[in-house]
Ligand binder design. Sequence first.
Ligand code: DIG
Ligand code: MN
Ligand code: MN
Length: 387
Amino acid sequence: MNDRLTPVPEDKFAFGLWTIGHPGRDPFGDSTRPPITTADFVRGLADIGAWGVSFHDDDLMTFGAPESERRAELDAFKKVLDETGVVCSMATTNLFWHPLFKDGAFTSNDREVRRYAIQKTLRNIDVAAELGAPTYVLWGGREGVESAASKNPADALDRYKEAMDFLCGYVKEKKYNIRFAMEPKPNEPRGDTFLPTIGHTMAFINTLEYPDMVGLNPEVAHETMAGLSFFQGVAQALWQEKLYHIDLNDQKIGRFDQDLRFGSEGIKDDFMLVRLLENSTYDGPKHFDARPYRNEWGNGVWDFARGCMRTYLALAAKAREFDQDPRVKDALAAASTPELAVSTVGAYSAAAVDQLMQEQFDVAALAARGYANETLDQLVIDRILGI
Ligand code: DIG
Ligand code: MN
Ligand code: MN
């Protein structure tokens, strides 16, 4: 029996191969713990009730190894997926670790690097198709600048569009069942990253040759680093039908990308996010791009993984309780929240203008009202605190 805190595959929780076993390396220190082998990682996911696994090409297949070795690594991965029933829910390319990407990948000033980056991505799109991964994420971690003088932003965006249109053309020609999800981040490792937020990225997607093939993979930590509300950004992505995937983790504002355990920091934002997702049409992976504290050790990294899912499930249960609470319904009515769903003027017509221009408004009366948000928001806090 699935109590509300024990994850089951139907919850569609997924983790990246680079997450739970993250070796703990950071810009100021070496690895703090041994890596987890791919097979142990997938088996561990099955043991804790997770559903899916995602990967960068280089997480799964040794960079630069002979094709026969890479094929063996891929076949071993497919074997353990078959054994455990864990699915491959997403694939992505490492276009950031190797030094040749130091000036960017799709937007490197070096045309050879740009061509190599697209080749590397095409190769891994084939692997994604072989594994049945329906979503291909592109995080442009190196697409940006420290010196603004070094790149003409229009040229960079031209090259970014060119690359995305080319990748879409490949997927269309191959008839792969794959959609792309672009992942915004405002900075780190570059000083300023192109397509830094959900908004920038959705505007960019509208310029592409095949915009329907490209959506978003927003990440909690990244939008928070930009000082923006991740909840509001995801809500707009859903409204524009562009939430193709999501990277769940947590983050303290004003800090480097912490990729913390989901639910460990912004619990009120996380509550609103989970309520939004659970009440939305999004049925994609609940994917954790997060890592254990650097000082975690041994099986503690699996406590981290359980914690990500546990808090999501707990917040989902609390969101259901909140929405079923009659006091909340009363508070929403006092805030006129349902009235926001009512059309204001409808489609334009001269008759509608005439009618509107005849209307008299008692501006004093309209100003002399409250919206009872204190009571409403206190109900959110009470629910989260369990009082
Ligand atoms: C970082 O937030 C990025 C990389 O880990 C990866 O390319 C992507 C996958 O979701 N997120
Ligand atoms: Mn991150
Ligand atoms: Mn991410």
